[in-house]
Design a protein around this ligand. Structure first.
Ligand SMILES: NC(=O)c1ccc[n+]([C@@H]2O[C@H](COP(=O)([O-])OP(=O)(O)OC[C@H]3O[C@@H](n4cnc5c(N)ncnc54)[C@H](OP(=O)(O)O)[C@@H]3O)[C@@H](O)[C@H]2O)c1
Length: 129
């Protein structure tokens, strides 16, 4: 039996991605949505004081990127609703307990639903303590 490809394995799956606003993860988010539009959900952990700010960061730092042009063309007027149907921003901080997710119910939902974790949060300078 042929092993399933990466895109095939993501069908119907829920993925938690840390460091989602980073250079590599932004490209990854677009690529997952483009190659496997039937991924169930991407939880994007981003540094933000609350859920509203996390959503605004995802909107301005990820969703507005030129790389989403082909998905915008594919989904036309439905792109925005399709995007938010797939993307669930989560305010967090990986150095804290429970990834700094303050909402206990949301944290439990993430634990229950997540099939795959892609950990991209990183300090890529050498000045951090
Ligand atoms: N760039 C490359 O060419 C390359 C090549 C090979 C491997 N890598 C590796 O890929 C990983 C990501 O690299 P990158 O270039 O994408 O880095 P990057 O652009 O600096 O992104 C780092 C991400 O991590 C987040 N982050 C940092 N500390 C965090 C914390 N305490 N809690 C939550 N999120 C935190 C940042 O959030 P904020 O937006 O809030 O700062 C940002 O989203 C690194 O491990 C790097 O070594 C990168």
């Amino acid at each position: 039996m042929e092993p399933a490809g990466v895109a095939e394995r993501l069908h119907g799956k829920t993925v938690l991605i840390t460091g989602a606003t980073g250079f590599i993860a932004k490209l990854l988010v677009e690529k997952i949505l483009r190659l496997q539009p039937r991924v169930k959900r991407l939880y994007l952990l981003v540094r933000a004081p609350d859920q509203v700010s996390a959503k605004e960061r995802v909107r301005s730092v990820i969703m507005q990127l030129q790389i989403f042009l082909s998905l915008r063309e594919k989904y036309q007027n439905h792109f925005t609703s399709w995007f938010w149907d797939k993307i669930f921003p989560v305010a967090g901080e990986v150095s804290l307990n429970n990834l700094g997710i303050g909402n206990v119910d949301l944290a439990e939902d993430i634990v229950k639903e997540t099939n795959i974790i892609i950990h991209m949060a990183a300090a890529v300078n050498f000045r951090e303590r």
